[in-house]
Design a protein around this ligand. Structure first.
Ligand code: PNS
Length: 158
């Protein structure tokens, strides 16, 4: 059984994230979405809220689980029996940071392989921080985040 973890802040989950989850779920037997529970990043949504949103939007994919973690990603991967870390890449700007993280995770535990998936070009400009900025200006979130969660985002800015 090939298990992959897809880690992130998901504050909130976007259509770009969901696309990577859907594509990874076709490659791996199980995909575990790992929500980083890191209060020092001052997230808009609590870890529980982020997990709930991810569970709602991945409800239709049978082999996807969602859980939160704190501490090291490689420790979370180990606790889940995963051997692969899936990351999405949007632009070259993502590359430098992701490359460093992949090498660091490899140094921490060489058993794990980081696999990068290229974003679908139609999502390459979407990020959680842009979604929050737009929502703060009462902009239209259609097409950027799954429809099930637009209300929950807009509510934070009411
Ligand atoms: O969505 P993000 O914020 O880009 O995700 C970043 C994430 C959660 C993948 C990264 O911060 C992470 O793996 N954090 C856990 C701590 C860790 O293992 N750091 C690397 C070694 S210090």
């Amino acid at each position: 059984m090939r298990i992959a973890v897809y880690p992130g802040s998901f504050d909130p989950v976007t259509n770009g994230h969901l696309d990577i989850i859907e594509r990874a779920s076709k490659i791996y037997d199980k995909v575990i979405v790992g929500v980083l529970n890191n209060a020092s990043k001052k997230p808009l949504f609590t870890a529980d809220e982020r997990v709930d949103m991810l569970k709602d939007v991945t409800d239709h994919i049978a082999n996807v689980d969602v859980d939160s973690f704190s501490g090291l990603l490689v420790d979370f991967a180990k606790s889940k029996g995963a051997t692969v870390i899936v990351k999405g890449l949007r632009t070259v700007a993502d590359f430098e940071y992701e490359f460093q993280m992949a090498l660091l995770n490899k140094a921490l535990n060489p058993e794990y392989e980081t696999v990068f998936m290229m974003t679908d070009s139609k999502y390459s400009y979407i990020s959680s921080s842009m979604v929050k900025e737009l929502a703060g200006f009462k902009g239209n979130l259609a097409g950027l985040v799954p429809p099930e969660i637009t209300d929950r985002i807009e509510q934070k800015y009411r």
